[in-house]
Design a binder for this molecule. Structure first.
Ligand SMILES: [Mg+2]
Length: 415
């Protein structure tokens, strides 16, 4: 910015005459240059400039200071637009855009598909809550349609409360994040493991090898009915593994299936400077291996006790339960030097609830209704990388991170 434009931007009076130049039509290379070349002849300064291209059609809006020869500028713009088969409008007015309201949030809406009726309902809630949509940007078209709305004029919490029930009613996923926090690089993402990072429940994989799958399932069901708390139910299930040969760990590690999108999520977050952790009510025998394979920064879980090469049916030390998961989130955040409000937690189970509520953004991932309703936001499509969109990271950014990671892996293999 040169001295003259800096002075203009700083001193643009609210009653200074400005012109809004709007151009719409078939996009082709060089249109933006041509328009600004035409405007430059009149010595005007740019106050604002936005353009968007959808399916080959361009909408370009430029707000410029009004020159003394206003009429001549209009004539030139129209003449140029006509020669390019574009529609143009030049609207006189005063000053800049009105300032954005207090309270700024980013709202991500994702659906598979994303019906117009859902957008009608959600945008109506935004308006009712006093919010204004200032800008819209598509984050992804695959495997879900994700759009991000910059909203001002309403507090983030209030907007979240207004949109959450509507999102559930419309069966789309919505995340509301305070704008300032949204794109800060220094963040921490903490994930649950069973049925979140992976598709399996690790205790069930062990139980299958011990031939006690049904009994373990019975205890799990009792815990889900609220008859046992998590620590009790874990002890009861682990007791059933007593005597199982500990070499089964290798088999279980190879049986674990990552959730679709897990690798993309982690690679992209790492590329963007995030720290990534897992916290599990499952077992370090499996989670440590996952953490190493995926290059994670922190991991915490319970440890199955082993004596003479066999499981004793006990867990070593304190149990990582519902409260323990939240404690681990706090500990990892402190170690990573990330304030809690910049942490993100992802989980599916009731024992994730404290962790989800402790984090700056708690994401219920394909969770039971009780978890979904208590979390800040929910993802109900079976792809873990959709969490990226809730953080305002686009599909393109994720694909770039993937390509970069693959190039590095290939280079490593060649060495
Ligand atoms: Mg889980």
């Amino acid at each position: 910015m040169n001295a003259k434009t800096a002075a203009t931007a700083a001193s643009l009076a609210s009653d200074a005459p400005t012109l809004l130049v709007k151009v719409f039509g078939k996009d082709r290379p060089g249109l933006t240059t041509e328009l600004f070349t035409a405007l430059a002849e009149f010595g005007v300064d740019v106050v604002d400039f936005e353009q968007v291209v959808i399916r080959g059609r361009i909408v370009l809006c430029a707000l410029v200071t009004a020159p003394p020869r206003d009429g001549e500028l209009r004539a030139n713009v129209h003449q140029w637009a006509e020669s390019r088969h574009l529609q143009a409008e030049v609207i006189s007015g005063l000053g800049d855009n009105r300032p954005r309201g207090e309270g700024r949030s980013h709202v991500t809406i994702l659906g598979n598909p994303l019906p117009a009726s859902a957008l009608a309902a959600l945008t109506a809630r935004i308006t009712e809550s006093g919010g204004n949509i200032d800008r819209v940007f598509r984050l992804a078209k695959y495997p879900v349609t994700a759009v991000e709305l910059a909203v001002s004029g309403v507090a983030t919490e209030e907007l979240r409360a207004a949109l959450a029930p509507e999102a559930a009613a419309q069966q789309v996923d919505v995340a509301v994040v305070a704008s300032g926090l949204q794109r800060k690089a220094k963040r921490l993402v903490v994930m649950d493991v069973d049925s979140t990072l992976i598709q399996d429940e690790v205790i069930e994989l062990f139980a299958a090898h011990a031939g006690c799958e049904e009994k373990v399932a019975e205890v799990t069901a009792a815990a889900m009915r609220g008859e046992l708390d998590f620590a009790e139910s874990l002890r009861a299930r682990v007791a059933l593994l007593e005597g199982l040969d500990a070499s089964v760990v290798d088999k279980v590690r190879s049986e674990v299936r990552l959730t679709p999108g897990a690798r993309t999520l982690i690679r992209t977050l790492k590329r963007l400077g995030y720290q990534v952790a897992i916290v599990s009510g499952g077992f370090t025998q499996v989670t440590d291996d996952l953490a190493e394979r995926l290059g994670l920064d922190f991991a915490a879980a319970n440890t199955l006790e082993v004596a003479d090469g066999r499981f004793t049916g006990r867990v070593v030390g304190d149990i990582v339960d519902r409260a323990g998961k939240a404690t681990m989130l706090r500990r990892f955040a402190a170690e990573a030097g990330v304030p809690l409000e910049q942490t993100v937690a992802i989980g599916d189970g009731a024992n994730d609830l404290d962790m989800l509520n402790t984090a700056g953004l708690g994401v219920a991932f394909n969770a039971k209704p009780v978890v979904r309703e208590a979390a800040h936001t929910a993802v109900n499509v079976p792809f873990l990388d959709t969490v990226l969109y809730l953080l305002g990271i686009s599909r393109e950014e994720a694909e770039e991170a993937e390509a970069e990671a693959e190039r590095e892996e290939q280079a490593e293999r060649r060495q």
